[in-house]
Ligand binder design. Structure first.
Ligand code: MCA
Ligand code: AMP
Length: 469
């Protein structure tokens, strides 16, 4: 097969060694087998360039092949969290209008073709010659919610994904000698692009685990060199007595998607002798900054702007301001939402992240907060507005405010503060939310209050609500 005209797939195959192992384990897969499977799946997809392929399936090697099959076929991948409810999923399908929806429950969806993943797994066949795609063509759409309005489809180009993986491979020194423990979900940037693309591009191997599980990770460590995780991975692993011994031969531990506590960073060093490398990214930007590979990995900071990424803060040096970034790593706009794109992406290419940061004298960036109203629970984003809308729709509820409170395990946990018009129990409220929204968005607790604190402009003072703890 000739991959040279397909920008992203070609880039991901830069260090390809066909007989090398891509997937380690009891049923190993070589790079050749992996890519050939993807080529056959690309043929089975039977799509035209630019068509969207929605994927809402449990994590598997075949799901990774579907990602690459879509790229080979010139399509646009739309990965969806299997935890989404039917109502949530319907919105994404109606907005992105995929030609194919790959799902474990293929009935009654408003799409041309809904089918299970196994329907695309032809064991034999010629495979599809990779379709030509240029750097600017869109490779994936990942939805992010927002503080106002409907969820937005972030369009990521072949260039954005390829350039960011290339940068990370170099910056974190990934080579074909590496084995990465992959325990992240594959419907977000972290597990799908950062982890998978970097490993593919470097020609590395994966210890591909279905999900995060302390014992499986500890068991895999002696056969691995690197781990990528959200902070919850690290706080949970610290609970294991055998951590220090298991981590002996590891080369690198990387954390991102949510703030890593400086105390976790220090405890990890004390227990394993390794300094966690923290980095900072977003769906819209891929990875922006990283602590250095060589040199001090400073606890509580997200390091320096990556090569090729410009970063500025809207405040004098050393003070807290809004973070903006620019570079090839950025998205190409929100799907079918030019006005939303214009709100966040300036005409000269600077993207307003919604994060607040501060740079120290040595150039290390610290994320000090967010101007956007967002809770990050276990690395998953929960937009309070989405949860408030469901609670406020209950006839018994006058209004609500959803906040994040510190949580030892998940970093933050979702709490709903509710003002009632008439009696309803917190269980009844939670049951309704559970029907409409994915489980991870559901409040862990409902608290009732007589009235929400507001400022003179009438805006709810969430800081006041958080103060109570
Ligand atoms: C699962 N549950 C959660 C979460 N995950 N609740 C709150 N927050 C969560 N993150 C709920 C389930 O619905 C279930 O609820 C209960 O917790 C146990 O479910 P289980 O599946 O056993 O949970 P777990 O396996 O322990 O999962 C926790 C986890 C996982 C390992 C932290 O959420 C995870 O892998 N998070 C990583 C997310 C990620 O990849 N983020 C990257 C986004 P119940 O029992 O009540 O039914 S990309 C990104 O952010 C940017 C670009 C970046 O910089 O990387
Ligand atoms: P999302 O685009 O939904 O994946 O979420 C991206 C957001 O996660 C960023 O805007 C940050 O607020 C947050 N984030 C990612 N990495 C870090 C980190 N290392 N420290 C603090 N916040 C982070």
């Amino acid at each position: 097969m000739n991959y040279s005209a397909n920008y992203l797939a070609h880039a991901l195959r830069a260090n390809l060694s066909p007989d090398a192992t891509f997937i380690q384990g009891p049923t190993p897969l070589t790079y050749r087998e992996f890519w050939q499977g993807a080529e056959r799946m690309a043929a089975a997809l039977n799509i035209a360039p630019g068509d969207r392929v929605a994927m809402q399936v449990e994590k598997s090697v075949e799901a990774l092949q579907l990602y690459l099959a879509t790229i080979i076929a010139g399509g646009i991948l739309l990965p969806l969290n299997p935890a989404y409810t039917r109502a949530e999923t319907l919105y994404f399908l109606q907005d992105a209008t995929p030609t194919v929806f790959v799902t474990d429950t293929p009935d009654n969806w408003p799409v041309a073709r809904a089918l299970p993943l196994r329907a695309l797994q032809a064991p034999y066949g010629a495979g599809l010659q990779p379709v030509a795609r240029a750097a600017k063509d869109i490779a994936a759409i990942l939805y992010t919610s927002g503080t106002t309005g409907r969820p937005k489809g972030t369009m990521l180009s072949h260039r954005a994904l390829a350039s960011n993986s290339q940068t990370l491979e170099d910056y974190w020194r990934f080579t074909s000698d590496d084995t990465l423990i992959h325990a992240l979900p594959i419907f977000h940037t972290h597990g799908l692009f950062v982890a998978t693309n970097v490993a593919l591009m470097a020609g590395a191997s994966l210890e591909f685990l279905p999900k995060f599980d302390i014992d499986s990770i500890l068991e895999a460590m002696p056969r691995a060199t690197t781990l990528m995780g959200v902070p919850t991975f690290y706080t949970r692993l610290l609970k294991a007595k055998s951590l220090g011994k298991a981590a002996t031969n590891m080369r690198l531990f990387i954390s991102g998607s949510a703030p890593l506590l400086a105390s976790t960073h220090r405890e990890w060093l004390a227990r394993t002798g390794h300094t966690i490398l923290e980095r900072y990214g977003m769906t819209e930007t891929n990875m922006n900054t990283s602590n250095p590979y060589n040199g001090e990995r400073r606890a509580g900071t997200v390091g320096f702007p990556l090569p090729g990424v410009e970063l500025r803060i809207s405040a004098p040096k050393g003070e807290i301001g809004a973070i903006e970034v620019r570079g090839d790593n950025l998205f190409s706009g929100y799907w079918n939402m030019p006005e939303k794109t214009a709100e966040d992406l300036r005409p000269d290419g600077w993207f307003i992240t919604g994060d607040l940061g501060q740079m120290d004298d040595d150039g290390y960036l610290t994320i000090v907060g967010r101007s956007k109203d967002l809770i990050i629970s276990g690395g998953l984003n929960v937009y309070p507005k989405d949860v408030e809308a469901v609670i406020d729709a209950l006839p018994e509820v006058l209004e609500s405010a959803v906040i994040g409170l510190p949580d030892d395990d998940m970093g933050e946990r979702v709490i709903a503060i509710v003002v009632l018009k008439s009696p309803i129990t917190s269980d009844a409220i939670l049951k309704t939310v559970g029907k409409k929204l994915a489980r991870y968005k559901c409040p862990r607790e409902v608290r009732f209050i007589k009235e929400l604190p507001r400022n003179t402009m009438g805006k709810v003072q969430k800081n006041e609500l958080r103060k109570g703890g």
